[in-house]
Design a protein around this ligand. Sequence first.
Ligand code: PAN
Ligand code: ZN
Length: 184
Amino acid sequence: MNLPDIQPPQVDWASGAFADGPLLSKSTRLRDLAGIFADEPARQQLPGEQVIYDVEMLATSPAEGELYTGVTHLYPGRVGGEYFMTRGHFHARREQGEVYFGLRGNGLLLLQNEQGEARLEKVFTGSVHIIPGFTAHRLINTGGEVLSALAVWPGVAGHDYAALANGFALRVMVSSEGWEVHHD
Ligand code: PAN
Ligand code: ZN
């Protein structure tokens, strides 16, 4: 008699790499991020095909009550004086929260509520981030290495990028201290 296959999906905690599929993956390139960084001319001078972040997700059910699991790999770099970051979003289903786990690298998680109040949390190996409902979120890589974070969120949450068309209330810029906050 054959033993049943009881092998679950597997992630390498050090790198955030999933062992094998089924996976969905998406690369976000500089050309996809028009208008996201403060210095748009600087963005246009960099190669549009450059990948800023990769997301890998387990191909699980999007049904009500089910959860998605994915890893974001945000590469190190700057556009003008601003660190590479994800586009950032509210969930389309605003009440749905999410948990991020820092795996490698150093960065920040920018959180902003619907009143436009923003705050930052440091992201590092072992950091745990409870993103409440009604809260937009963006990763920022302030280090010199890849910033990888595991995320778990409801399959029904969806993404609302349009609600942040005017950007977040603060930006994280390069400074002699490493980084500093600028308010638009
Ligand atoms: C993450 C993000 C991922 C990419 O999986 O979708 O980090 O960021 P953007 O979606 O803002 O481009 C998540 O928060 N899912 O809900
Ligand atoms: Zn999200």
